[in-house]
Write a protein that binds this ligand. Sequence first.
Ligand SMILES: Nc1ncnc2c1ncn2[C@@H]1O[C@H](COP(=O)(O)OP(=O)(O)O)[C@@H](O)[C@H]1O
Ligand SMILES: [Mg+2]
Length: 448
Amino acid sequence: VSLTAFLSYAPEDAAAGETVRAWLAAEQVAVTRGSPSPAGGPLSQTTLQTLGVARAVVVLLSQAAEADDHVRREMLYALGNGRPIIPVQLGDLNAEGWMRHLLENERRVDARPILRETAQPAITQAVKAALSDGRVIAMLNIKGGVGKTVLAANLFAAAHLLNHRSIAFIDLDPQHNLTQFFLPATERNRRRDANETLYSVFATKGPASIPKAKFARLAAPLNRGRAANKPRLDLVLGDERLFEYTLDMISPRDKEESFARFHALIASLRAQYDAVVIDTNPCATFLTRCAVTAADHIVAPVRPEKYSLMGLNLLEQITRMIRQRPVAPEEFSVLLNGFGERSRMTGGDIDIHTRQEIESAPFFGSALLPMAIPFSVMLRAPLADRYAANPVNTTAIMRFSQRALKETLTSAVAAIFARADAVPPMPAQPAAPQPVPVDHAPVVAQDA
Ligand SMILES: Nc1ncnc2c1ncn2[C@@H]1O[C@H](COP(=O)(O)OP(=O)(O)O)[C@@H](O)[C@H]1O
Ligand SMILES: [Mg+2]
């Protein structure tokens, strides 16, 4: 497995760039760079591909870089593809320029003036930390009611309880079912009043907004009994006020700020946990863009029903639009859910039909996981009511659920981690669309 860091700098900073490359190479970090593209023209295909799969992106910040359109485009693309960024500051910059979000990045290394020799350990350490970051996994399907929430909770609770993975959930759905699933109303209200929900990350001003310094400790523990050094199972709470971000109420400038703040939250969580699991809202909104740009891997649950492949193809299209590059099947796991429902007359037929249709689909055929999550009363019941009083409810889920269900959940989440940990391949097809500035990026049509 070779993990690569992408290095971006202006031609004027070539000497510093070469030094940083040599420092990283000495630490066995493979370094890639963008290939030249015509001035003002689109980024080359090779650049899009190498940048899209790099595990970390190092950018040398200087006035020359700030004036360099190529560096700016590479950074917009890296941000739009959720790549962890390590800004290395070589000189003084315009605090209001496009680099301002990079200056606020907590991984920033101040190497001024030019490139101090003494910055070497900080740079190599920051890059190695980024390379060992946890994976960001989004539960996503444009359709509602397919099991995104119930499977997010049960799959990753299984990974935590049985395989000791540390997990941070982010509840990005304004309906916040995942939060209701894990926490009782008293706890939800207490944390909402204390500005400890995801809304306080999105809010850029007003009394609910919190400083970025608080993001690292925002997630609430779900397994309170755990020992201090044990793997964590935590949740950044959802909040119904996130609805504001699914409508046209927020100015583009504020949205850009919220987008950067959400990515700052992701950066700080992925540094602390094996996996950051994002549960999303069913339609395609600004919130979907936040999830898709942050995710290394997308899990799409599919119920046995007639148009499930159509829904998946829409998901591929939306992901490609948001990321502004071709996507590969390896970036997805399609998980069949709710199979073997006995009460349904056509149960068996529709199960077989759905599996066959996806299996033979050109793109998603190879993203389909072999196992199917069975239809189960354990997953059907409104679990919030049943388990919410007990924060260690996940233990209850695992103890009481049938063995078959438990085994399928465990093997499915192992398969998801294997796919999410793999080094993604270079996408095959050419990328047609060009990067656009974050504040003008397409926010996919609203579905109110
Ligand atoms: N495998 C399953 N067996 C039985 N019920 C399920 C299963 N998966 C999901 N459900 C139920 O279907 C409903 C929708 O699931 P949910 O996770 O909320 O979907 P989504 O988050 O995609 O909207 C919930 O009531 C849930 O309990
Ligand atoms: Mg849901």
